[in-house]
Design a protein around this ligand. Structure first.
Ligand SMILES: [Zn+2]
Ligand SMILES: [Zn+2]
Length: 255
């Protein structure tokens, strides 16, 4: 075997090994219920799983716990027992899954990486949470204090400055967008996005730097860099956006 063949064969075997392991894990709850491990001379499901699948007690415990947790969630239950989705991903999802959202979750999660799943779950848990500290520099602080002492309503002042900014962005976004010939964004559009979203991912709860400008309208079809349909996203939220895209619109809109 040459280097390339050796490496590719190893990767293929590795992927298959993971897949078969996942399928093995999926069968454990039923083997446990029917106490079939006894027929192989094992005293418990833990011994059976270690002997035939090289699993740790923790992994078996997690599997049994998930199976119980998904009793009334048939879709997630199916993903577990068929070995379609790993127990690590399902464990994350379990913390936000309900009877109402389990079908949507199972569809989204299917092809997502572990990291993206973790991000999705974190978003759900911390929706609405914001940093509470403002860092005003001394100059701005002093100027505001002076104004406040003069009896000027500084909240209204700041509020109108923010409104003005939003207005400007809205006007720029309302400009007609020409057909684009290439994929890189025009400098003007990039500037506008930075003005609107700063340098971070545009998902409100996310503080990671933006790495990709996501086209909410597929560029290959629209041929437009319309800022109304562009979103700077971090790597994980980009993956989530594509997983959710067209699938579950109501779940969480990506702005
Ligand atoms: Zn994208
Ligand atoms: Zn993000």
């Amino acid at each position: 075997m040459n280097d390339k063949e050796l490496l590719e064969t190893a990767c293929l075997y590795g992927r298959n090994a993971l897949l078969w392991r996942q399928k093995f894990i999926g069968l454990l709850p039923e083997i446990h219920k029917r106490e079939l491990y006894k027929k192989k001379g094992c005293s418990s499901i833990f011994e059976f799983a270690a002997k035939f699948g090289g699993l740790s007690n923790d992994q078996v415990r997690l599997t049994l716990k998930l199976e119980e947790r998904f009793t009334e969630m048939p879709k997630l239950h199916e993903q577990l027992v068929t070995g379609e989705v790993s127990i690590n991903k399902l464990a994350r999802i379990a913390s936000i899954a309900t009877k109402e959202n389990e079908v949507e979750l199972s569809e989204i999660v299917q092809n997502m990486s572990q990291k993206a799943v973790e991000t999705l779950v974190r978003d759900e848990k911390f929706t609405g949470m914001r940093a509470q500290t403002l860092t005003l520099n001394d100059e701005v602080k002093n100027r505001l204090i002076v104004l406040q002492e003069k009896g000027i309503d500084i909240n209204e002042l700041i509020s109108s400055a923010l409104n003005k900014r939003e207005q400007e962005i809205a006007e720029e976004k309302a400009q007609p967008v020409e057909l684009a010939t290439s994929r890189p964004l025009p400098a003007k559009t990039e500037k506008l996005l930075t003005k609107e979203h700063g340098t971070k991912c545009s998902i409100p709860t996310c503080k990671k730097p933006s790495e990709v400008i996501h086209h909410k309208q597929t560029f290959a079809l629209s041929h437009r860099h319309d800022p109304n349909y562009l979103a700077p996203l971090c790597k994980e939220h980009h993956e989530i956006a594509h997983a959710i895209n067209l699938k579950v619109r109501s779940y969480k809109s990506v702005n």
